[in-house]
Design a protein around this ligand. Sequence first.
Ligand code: NAP
Length: 442
Amino acid sequence: MIEYRNLRIALLGAGSVGAQVADQLIAHADELAARVGARLELVGVAVRDVDAPRTADIPRELLTADAEELILGADIVVELMGGLEPARTLILQALNSGADVITANKALLATHGPELFEAAEQVGAQLYYEAAVGGAIPIIRPLRDSLAGDRVTRILGIVNGTTNFILDRMDKHGETMEQALATATELGYAEADPTADVGGYDAAQKAGILASLAFHTLVPADAVYREGITEVTLDDVRAARKAGYVVKLLAICEKIVDRETLAEGVSARVYPALVPLEHPLAAVHGANNAVFVEAEAAGPLMFYGAGAGGIQTASAVLGDVVSAARRHVVGGPGVAESTHANLPVLPISAVTTRYQITLQVADQPGVLAAIATLFNEHGVSVETLEQSIVSTGDGHGATVPAATLVIGTHEASEADLAATVAALTTSTVVHSVTGVLRVEGL
Ligand code: NAP
C-alpha cells in the first residue's frame, strides 16, 4: 500500500538515454511505485527543441525548453543532457534547492565533481552517478557500498566500448586500426569525432571516478596518466596473440608504493596493454565493458556487460532513481563521498610493470649479446626472447638479413624502460624499435 506523496521527477534531456528513462518511468509506473512506496511522477522533460521528433512516446505537454523552471520543486532531478554547461549550473541549482540529482555525465564529474559533491553535502542531498562508468554495469554502488568494508587494491577496467570494439576487430578480423575505426563508425560504435574514445580521454575520466571511489581519495581526470590506442598497429596485435596476449585499452587504478619516498599512493592510468589470454578481461569482446576489481578480502571480482546504449544505460539511471526515491520515503541523511584516505596521486614514473618490446635488428653474430647487455646496463631484466628471421631492403635494391626480436621483461620502472628504449633506438645493431607495450593483469 502506497502512503507517501508522489515524488516529483524532473528529467533534463530526452536523447539516447533520457528518452528511454522517460519511457520506462511512464510504462513501469505501477511497478516502480510498488518498489519505492511512492509514485514517481515525471513532471517534465527538458530538451533543446520541443518540436523535434522523439524516439520515445513522451507526452507533448511534458516537454519544455525551460530546464531552470522545471527543476524548481522537483524531488529528484535526472541530468541526461551531457556536456559541462548548462548541466553544471542546473545540477548546482537542483542540489541547492534540496533535490537529489542523478547524472550519467562522466565528463562533468571528472571536471567539476568536487564542486558538485560539496554542494550536495552542504544541503544533505545525494548525487548518484551509476551510469557514468560502464553504462549498464553496476560498479559505482559495489565500490561505494558492497566493498565499503573491504580494501580495494587494484582495478583493471575495459571502460570504453569503442576502443574495445576496434582492438577486437584488429585481433579477430585482422583489420588495421583505420579499417576497424571505419567499421566502428559505420556500425554506430564510434562518434564522427572519435578523439575522446581513441585518445583515451573518456577512459581517463572514468579511471578518475573509479580510483576516487576505490581509494577514498580525490583523483581528478587530469591526474590520470593517459595514452590512447592510435599508435597500436596490426603487427602489435598479431605479435601479442602469438605471445599469448590480447591488446586492450585498460583503465588501471592501483594502490602502489612510491619507490623513492616509500609513501603509499594511488596510480590511475590509461593505456593500451597486453592482457594474458587466460585473464577474464581477454574474453571481453566487441563494444562490451568489464571492470575487474581486486580487494584484500573479496579477492578478484569481475563486473561485465553493456558499457553503453540508451536502454542499457537507462537501467543504471533508473536504479539510481529508485535508490534516491527510497531515501525520500524512508528518510535519513545522505552519504557523502568518502575522501578520508587522501592519498597522494603518484605519477607514471612511480609505476613498475612488465613490458613487451618488438625490435627489428641486424641478423648477425653478437647481436643478441649486445642487446642483452644493453638491457642489463639499464637495470631491466629480460624474461623471454623470441626471434624470427626476416629480410629487409637496404634502400639500394639489395636484401639484407634482418630479424624481429620480441622481448618480454621482468617488472621494471617506467624510467628504466624509457632509458633502455632510448639506448636501443641509437644502438648500431637495432634497425628500429617497432613496439613497446606494457603487460598487465598478471
Ligand atoms: P544525447 O542523445 O545527445 O541527448 C541529449 C539530450 O539533452 C537531448 O534530448 C537534448 O535535447 C538535450 N539537451 C542538450 N543540451 C540541452 C540544453 N542546453 N537544454 C535542454 N536540453 C538539452 O545524449 P545521450 O547519449 O542520451 O547522453 C546523455 C548523458 O549520458 C551524457 O552525459 C552521456 O555521456 C551519458 N551516457 C550516455 C551513454 C549512451 O550510451 N548514450 C552511456 C553512458 C553515459 P534535444 O533532443 O532537443 O536536442
